[in-house]
Write a protein that binds this ligand. Sequence first.
Ligand code: NAP
Ligand code: F7E
Length: 384
Amino acid sequence: MSKKVALITGITGQDGAYLAEYLIRKGYIVHGLKRRSSLFNTERIDHLYQDPHEQDRRLILHYGDLTDSLNLTRIIGETQPEEIYNLAAMSHVKVSFDTPEYTANADALGVLRILEAVRLLKLTHKTRIYQASTSELYGLVQEVPQKETTPFYPRSPYAVAKLYGYWITVNYREAYGMHASNGILFNHESPLRGETFVTRKVTRAIARIALGMQEKVYMGNLSARRDWGHAKDYIRAMHAILQQDEPSDYVIATGITTTIRDFIRMSFGEIGIGIEFRGEGMEETARLSSVDEARFVRKVGDNYLEALRKRIGQELVGVDVNYFRPAEVDLLIGDSTKARSRLGWEPEYTLESLIEDMMHHDLKLMKKDSYLQRGGYKILNYFE
Ligand code: NAP
Ligand code: F7E
């Protein structure tokens, strides 16, 4: 039997990397669209890379961009995929306020370009399409929890662009009978998460604080609530959506919501550090209140304990207005009953095991990365 062919846009991103690995394990030939960059940008998929001279390659990368129709049409024509996963996007909500036109071009029109390429190439009945839609569509939520029928109310240029992507996918399905589906995924994180999203910013900063490499971390809105899952669980849902006889749209979520404040508390707690929040608004801080020494030594190492003991009572978390957004999404919590009953999808990770995975990874990373140890700021753009 010939191998199935998939094309993943955004293969160098968090989800693209996990999905590529998952599909290769399932026997697919995976083509990936990657942007040209002045530095290597394939770190997340380097372990899957195969030299172009190898026989029987399972991962093949193509230069491309969602803003370039001709290039998308050529690549889809050359690769003739059975499945396209459109994961590429300018995916940072805060940055979308700074680059709204580019965000619309890539995240809204980019979806149209892919659908239209499939139609023009007469692949409508061969190629199934997954569109990476998002819980950000619910924005100012009209219902709690949010499900497939909940009205949308986007609150950022990112979410407005994704709204177009959602509806153009539905429209091509209805107009041309395409197998095109939206996965409305709630936040999902992992050790591969981009460094400027809140969870990864927190786990990296806590690892650095524990190792004595950083004093304190500054955050934005601590009261926002998110429904966080593990990216490894969520890419299984993407694949399952394209294996259904009929295309449809699915919410993928854990059904549990947590504040940023509690995520921070849990992440410190995972390595034995107790913190206490005090104050309100811009004056809110968290101080080091206790250390579970046995846990800290087991998770971090005894070399770092003495220095941490001396910091009891000091501030580890502060608030900085620059991390707030012009319009916020306060509360997200998803109801994924449809996915659970039709796809048989269930998450394997809990929030606790997600945090454990991320903290373990970032401690290891910080211990070995001498650039970061010297105080290097590979990390954060100030306003994200
Ligand atoms: P990510 O880590 O930011 O990855 C985005 C990918 O898109 C990267 O490979 C990036 O390339 C690529 N890209 C950006 N602009 C592009 C363009 N103009 N042309 C071609 N490629 C472009 O995002 P993610 O977390 O994996 O998310 C995957 C998708 O799901 C995105 O569409 C995101 O909006 C959506 N989504 C994510 C979540 C979540 O919680 N993670 C939830 C719902 C929906 P570079 O590596 O070169 O930057
Ligand atoms: O923010 C608050 C921030 O940037 C989460 C993308 O994958 O998920 C992601 O979008 C919350 C917001 O993700 C900081 O205000 C506080 O309320 O991690 P985030 P996001 O905006 O939810 C959705 C589903 C997507 O589709 C997107 O592509 O955390 N927050 N303090 C902060 N956020 C950041 N980044 N940095 C802070 O210091």
